[in-house]
Structure formats: C-alpha cells, structure tokens
Design a protein around this ligand. Structure first.
Ligand code: ADP
Ligand code: MG
Length: 389
C-alpha cells in the first residue's frame, strides 16, 4: 500500500525526522485557512498523487506570497497531472499539500529499503538527490551507496555515520543528519514499510538536514496489524479492478493483452500466461482465485476480468487440489449466465471431482470450449480469440 507524501511526512515527524511545517487541503474551501496556518515567507504547494516526478510535471509550485500560494493550490487541486510515473493519461489531483519552503543548499537521496539479494534492510544514499534515482542508478551507479543492516543488531549510530560521510555531510550537519537516519529506520521497522524514500533529503543553507519529499510503501501482508496506517489508504489512487479483486481475496494484476485468465495458484497462473504467449497470444491479466474458492469468488473473478474492455477471450485453467472441479464448474456456469458472456471461453479442468466438473459444463449447454491439457487450452483460446476478433 502506498502513502501520500503528506501522510508519510506526518509519520516521519512522529518519529523525529525533521520535515517542514505543512498542511493538507482536501477541498477548495480549505485553501485559505491552510495557507494561513502554514505561514511563509515561502510556501511550496504540492499535488498529492501516488506518483513521483511531480516537480517536472507542474505539480510542485513555489509561492512567495499567501495570495500566490492560494492561487497555486487552486490551480493544482483538480488538475490532471502527467508525470513519467503516471502514464500518458495522468492522474487527477484530489489533495494538495502546502508546506514551508526550505532554503536548499544541496539535495541528497536517502532511503531505507529491503534488499532482496542480501535479505537485509539496507540504507541507500546518493549525493545526486532530487532527481530520478533510477536514472542515477543506470548512468552513474558508483554514486549510489549502500549500507546493509544486520538484523541481529538492527541499525546502529555507526551505520548512520557511514552513510552521512558518504553523503558528504559536514561535521555540523551530522548533528541533524545522523538522528534523522536512525529515526527513519525506526519508523521503517515500526510501520512495516517495504520502502521509505526521502528524495530530496535537503541540506539547508542554515546547515539543517530535512526531508522535503517522502515516499512510503507499506507491506500489504502487515496491514492486519497496522490498522492506523491501513486507514490512510486512498482508494481513489488505486486501480479499480485490483481493489475489487483484493476485497474478494483474489490476486489480480492487470496486463495489456486481450486474453483474460482465471487460474488457481500463482505458479499455474504464471505458467498459463507463458503458454498463452508461446501460442502467440497476449494475457490481459494475472489472476489467482486461490485455494478453496467458493462459487461466488469464481463469479467475481469473471466480473473483474470482463471489466477490462480489452478482453476478447477467457481461459480458465484449474488444477483442483484444494479446490474442487465441480465447484469451479458451477462458478463458471453461473458466471457465464450472469455476465452474459460474449467472448469465447476455454476451460481446462483437472484434479479433484474432474468428471463431475466436466459433466456440469457439458450439461449447461453453454458455448464453453473444453480443453485437454495445458498446451491444448492455450492454443484453443488463442485461435478462438483471433477468430472472434
Ligand atoms: P517530486 O519528487 O514528485 O518531483 P518533490 O517533493 O521531490 O516532488 O519536489 C520536487 C522538487 O521541489 C524538490 O527536488 C525540491 O527541489 C523542491 N521542493 C520540494 N519541496 C520543497 C520545500 N518544502 N522547500 C523548497 N523546495 C522544495
Ligand atoms: Mg521527490
């Protein structure tokens, strides 16, 4: 789950990370009050969307008077912001953050993240802050510093000093820089984050180190014990179908192809997508209905797949171990009737109660194409989709 910058900063502040004073605007009639409360002499007005690159896209404006700050907030609230991370359609801005402007001397990059290669929480830093860290990693990888944290000791002050020296912090700047990094690590661990990024981590002309931007991603698997953070979820920022799937305990990821897949098991779902591709087709989604899926979940899975207007055919691939073929077949039949399926449907069933499952499909008299085995299923859906198009 992603947090907005203003939510991330509020959390960081709670742990003692210095952030500029700020306030969030949720509606136009908050603007005057929030700009006044934040106070100047310089205001920075920032679009709150779950995407970076807002500065370059016109979503971050600096204002030198309260009137200009109000005008900037008015302009940004409701605008459609296009950045390199939003895709060409952009994202509509529903929330605006206003904060005090800092006197920036240098912009650094600092993050706490999980390094999957070492299975350790790792600090990542660079003197090349403010810009796209992916670009720095690609063109000048030597400018990225990593400090790996041993899970037995946790982060110690020496880890922070190592990073601070690598970032070129001067002796006087270590006073705020070192506690800031330790606080960020504490926050990262406490809130079950998988990424905590501060970009830029700014050194001000006054010699303070402050977080001017922050991106936090929370591990979804930990949300059950992070109810305060789970409540910060902004559903308007999320893909509608993915959200709907999550509510139904379905693992769904939208892709760009035209063949919808309904599969049980993540591994089989991946293999199914590979088979579709090797038969010359393109999967429209990844979908794992999970084990022991009741009929209603199967119906919901069809609804989610068909919500995507690109879908021109559906392949159901079930190997029933925990699931039962008869229940899946009932779900397929119910869904086919309920959603008035207009696209070709290929079903491959194998495993527990397979005979019963096949009988249910055959008895339904619906236009369901039965398949024998994986390769046959993939070939049938690719050719059925092609002839339907
Ligand atoms: P994004 O990463 O989405 O472009 P940032 O919050 O990093 O958005 O803002 C972009 C740039 O705007 C920063 O690199 C920094 O130069 C400037 N900036 C952001 N917040 C402030 C602030 N409070 N004071 C001064 N400059 C700021
Ligand atoms: Mg940034």
């Amino acid at each position: 789950m992603n947090l907005h910058e203003y939510q991330a900063k509020a959390l960081l502040a709670k742990y003692g990370v210095p952030v500029p004073k700020g306030g969030v605007i949720l509606a136009a009639n908050d603007i005057h009050r929030v700009v006044g409360e934040v106070g100047g002499p310089v205001w920075v007005v920032k679009a709150q969307i779950h995407a970076g690159g807002r500065g370059k896209g016109g979503g971050v404006k600096i204002a030198k008077t309260a009137a200009d700050a109000e005008k900037a907030a008015q302009d940004i609230l409701g605008m459609t912001l296009v950045t390199h991370q939003t895709g060409p359609t952009g994202k509509e801005v529903h929330r605006v953050y206003v904060e005090q402007g800092a006197n920036i001397a240098r912009e650094l990059y600092f993050a706490v993240l999980l390094d999957r290669a070492t299975s350790r929480v790792t600090l990542m830093g660079s003197t090349e802050g403010g810009m796209d860290i992916e670009e720095v990693a690609a063109s000048t990888p030597e400018k990225i510093v990593r400090v790996s944290i041993d899970p037995v000791t946790g982060m110690q002050p020496f880890h922070a000093r190592k990073m601070a020296f690598a970032l070129g912090l001067k002796a006087s700047e270590l006073k705020t820089g070192v506690p800031l990094m330790l606080a960020a690590y504490k926050a990262y661990m406490d809130i079950d984050a998988s990424l905590l990024e501060i970009n830029p981590l700014a050194v001000t002309k006054e010699g303070n180190v402050v977080a001017l931007d922050s991106k936090i991603v929370i591990d979804d698997n930990a949300l059950f014990r992070q109810s305060a953070i789970a409540a910060m979820r902004d559903e308007t920022e999320e893909n509608h179908a993915e959200l709907r799937a999550q509510r139904a305990s379905i693992n769904y990821v939208k892709l760009d192809g035209d063949i919808g897949c309904l599969v049980n098991g993540a591994g089989l779902a991946m293999a199914t997508m590979d088979l579709i591709k090797s038969s010359g087709g393109e999967p429209a989604n990844f979908l794992d209905v999970g084990g022991g899926a009741p009929k209603e979940r199967v119906v919901e899975a069809f609804n989610i797949i068909l919500e995507d207007p690109n879908v021109k055919g559906i392949l159901v691939n079930i190997f029933a171990g925990i699931n039962r073929c008869d229940i899946i077949a009932e779900g397929v039949v119910a869904a086919t009737k309920e959603v008035q399926m207009k696209v070709p449907l290929v079903v491959r069933l194998e495993g527990t109660n397979v005979e019963e499952g096949r009988r249910i499909l055959a008895d339904s008299k619906l236009a369901i194409i039965a398949a024998d085995g994986l390769a046959d299923a993939a070939e049938k859906i690719v050719s059925a989709t092609r002839s339907a198009v």
